[in-house]
Design a protein around this ligand. Structure first.
Ligand code: HAM
Length: 417
């Protein structure tokens, strides 16, 4: 045998035995999104690198360290999408959807790629289901977007979640805060880690998010943005909280969350478990304009599907698994095999999930196999069944037998579903 190949580090196959979990989660997300009139958008897996430099921000970890960027054969720099928001904004602007009646409510389920240190809940290819809503500056929309995420996670049965919110201010008030923060940090500059030293000039708020202990020690007494907000940001935040109260969604105000992407303004939020952040999002009122569109507000989130699945497993939540086959149709001889083949082809258009013998198994081995697959019913076509045009459907759960006419396809379908 040739050498066995392995999947690249930080990637995972979705194996057939797990497919139902993904389908179920995606189905729940799509259903919830529909109740808000959110429609799906799909954008390419790669974009011009420039989009992420401008969208995500060139001082972020994502852009500086984590992007899968390469030159294509036409010598263009392209990047596998590290997140879903910038491509959706690019597409919104390019397709001039801003000319339609607003708001525009969009959702997506997409792989995303980041060259990260692989660890629990941190992959190099992962998947997000996200929502982006354009055109509304109302605080009710921030709360509605948070509600879409919460509805999805709750419908899946998750309990160990808490919602953390913060406000990052706007171009009016953030510079004042950055000044105050820099003044504070300047006094402790020497104690910061090297990464934070490099963040000091261009992106001091990211220092609040550093995982290094020595930086945490310094920043725990740092000024907080909530004390520097302008009147508009202040009243926006107060209203978002009111709307969350109306929805009875509990939240914690957490001045420590700053998010790892540059585009945010005003509300930001994270839905966290004891292990990690499952969902992150917020308002980004300047991004559409920065990417060449009109001055138009926006708010959205993305849930990490792998982290979601890990959390479901940790909480012991079983995702319903559909039966693979309603009916296994066994056969004794060549003619009977053809009859089984034909019968399956007649039942499938009626929605019956059925299987026949493609492996040359003996009838006994067939039944063993059908049992292993967990088929709901089995039947065996033999000479007698063919001449009498009657078959016995055996219900595997209790062994009960139902005799049906081989010619009445609808009755067979009804009996096994
Ligand atoms: P983000 O916080 O970078 O935000 O990612 C959102 C979620 O994706 C995270 O909470 C996490 O569950 C998952 N995730 C991120 N990186 C990884 C990784 N390396 N491995 C596994 N899961 C990961 C965004 O991407 C924004 N685009 C969210 C947004 C939408 N903001 C506004 N609209």
């Amino acid at each position: 045998m040739a050498m066995e190949m392995q999947a690249p580090k930080g990637t995972k196959d979705m194996l057939p035995q797990d497919a139902y979990k993904w389908q179920y989660i995606e189905g729940v997300f799509r259903e919830v999104a529909k109740t808000y009139g959110i429609r799906e958008i799909r954008t390419p897996m790669f974009e011009h690198t420039e989009l992420f430099l401008r969208g995500v921000g060139d001082t972020t970890d994502i852009v500086q360290k984590e992007m899968y960027t390469f030159k294509d054969k036409g010598d263009r720099s392209v990047t596998l999408k590290p997140e879903g928001t910038s491509p959706v904004v690019r597409s919104f602007v390019e397709s001039r959807l801003f000319n339609e009646a607003q708001p525009t409510k969009l959702c997506y389920i997409t792989p995303a790629f980041r060259y990260e240190n692989v660890q629990k809940g941190r992959l190099r290819q992962f998947h997000q289901c996200g929502v982006e809503v354009f055109g509304s500056k109302e605080p009710s929309m921030d709360a509605e977007v948070i509600a879409v995420a919460m509805d999805t996670l709750k419908k899946l049965g998750l309990k160990s979640l808490s919602l953390h919110i913060n406000n990052l201010g706007c171009p009016n008030c953030r510079p004042k805060y950055n000044e105050a923060l820099k003044k504070f940090l300047a006094e402790n500059y020497d104690g910061l880690c090297d990464t934070c030293k490099s963040r000091f000039e261009k992106n001091p708020m990211r220092i609040l998010d550093c995982k290094e202990k020595k930086c945490n020690e310094i920043t725990k007494n740092a000024p907080i943005i909530l004390d520097y907000m302008c009147e508009e940001c202040d009243s926006h935040f107060a209203k978002v909280k009111e709307y969350l109260d109306i929805l009875e969604i509990p939240y914690e105000i957490d001045p420590g969350i700053v998010r790892g992407l540059d585009y945010y303004t005003k509300t930001i939020f994270e839905i966290v478990t004891p292990d990690f952040t499952v969902c992150g999002g917020g308002r980004y009122d300047k991004l559409i304009e920065e990417l060449g569109g009109p001055d138009m507000p926006a708010v959205g989130f993305a849930i990490g599907i792998e982290r979601l699945i890990m959390t479901l497993e940790k909480e012991g939540i079983e995702i319903p698994n559909e039966t693979l086959f309603d009916l296994y149709i066994g056969a004794r001889g060549e003619e009977e095999r053809k009859a089984a083949f034909k019968l399956a082809s007649q039942l499938r258009p009626l929605g019956v999930k059925c299987e026949i013998n493609h492996m040359g198994r003996s009838v006994k081995a067939e039944m063993k196999y059908a049992n292993k697959l967990g088929c709901t019913f089995t039947t065996i076509i033999g000479e007698d069944e063919l001449s009498n045009k009657k078959i016995n459907l055996k219900r595997m759960s209790d062994g009960e037998i139902f005799e049906v006419s081989l010619e009445n396809i609808e009755e067979i379908a009804k009996s096994v579903k």
